[in-house]
Design a binder for this molecule. Structure first.
Ligand SMILES: C[S@@+](CC[C@H](N)C(=O)[O-])C[C@H]1O[C@@H](n2cnc3c(N)ncnc32)[C@H](O)[C@@H]1O
Length: 233
């Protein structure tokens, strides 16, 4: 296993450098041997080089770059990469077992334009990503954090919107999907207060697989809300 993935082994220990940070996720359990094997075997060829994110160094070409935050097991990321061979995509999550599954699926799909990063997207953006880096950022079915006491954990927050605005290129945008009406309302309310984004309803992206949270939400009778946030100003 490489250092890159060892640093992300899942434990309940707080990150010592960021003790007071409110996180949008909880770390879960220990890694299985299948997850470890997949990460060891398939991870290195799709990992980002250490240090500041440098898209041409990571992908070996200059192309539009997209970030998916909280990609889970990566079905949307793989589908996007396959449907947009002229774009490069970084898929991120803190949940290593999902990423390990994604690496196995990506191996079958090919998709040379996909890289995988394990870890907290907030820290990645704060510490390793320069201004005006991404053409688009995808956030599909983020953890909604329903309880009032957990509101601060929602990924769409004033500070994260500042961060996302900084790393998006002029003319860039975000796509957000959720099956929770209260979360859609939360996003619209936060964006209405933010000077750098304009929100609109968007069509469902045709390339995104409809399994997972979207399918579960529909079966449960919930509405899927698709939002597009355009960077302005
Ligand atoms: C509800 S799941 C949705 C996963 C996937 N987008 C899908 O539609 O199946 C939300 C995911 O976001 C990840 N996540 C939450 N906060 C994150 C963060 N700050 N950085 C990276 N991933 C994060 C969680 O680990 C989880 O896998």
């Amino acid at each position: 296993m490489t250092d890159h993935f060892e640093q992300d082994e899942q434990t309940d220990r707080p990150e010592p450098e960021h003790p007071a940070r409110v996180r949008s996720f909880v770390r879960r359990g220990r890694l299985s041997s299948l997850t470890r094997d997949r990460m060891e075997l398939l991870g290195p060829s799709r990992a980002l080089p250490e240090g500041p994110f440098d898209p041409p160094a990571a992908f070996g070409r200059v192309a539009p770059v997209v970030l998916e935050i909280g990609c889970g097991h990566g079905h949307a990321a793989i589908a996007y990469a396959a449907a947009h061979p002229e774009h490069d995509l970084v898929a991120m999550d803190v949940h290593t077992p999902g990423l390990a599954r994604m690496l196995a699926d990506a191996e079958e799909a090919g998709v040379p334009n996909l890289r995988v990063e394990v870890g907290d997207a907030v820290l990645f953006l704060q510490e390793r990503v320069a201004d005006d880096t991404f053409d688009a950022i995808h956030l599909f079915f983020p953890d909604p954090w329903r309880k009032k006491k957990h509101t601060k954990r929602r990924f769409v927050s004033p500070t994260n919107l500042d961060l996302l605005a900084r790393v998006l290129r002029p003319g860039g945008h975000m796509l957000i999907a959720t099956d929770q009406d209260f979360y859609a309302a939360h996003v619209l309310a936060e964006v209405a207060q933010h000077p750098r984004f304009e929100a609109s309803r968007a069509p469902r992206p045709a390339w995104r697989p409809s399994d997972g949270f979207e399918a579960k939400g529909l079966v449960a009778g919930r509405t899927i809300t698709e939002l597009r946030l355009d960077l302005v100003g």
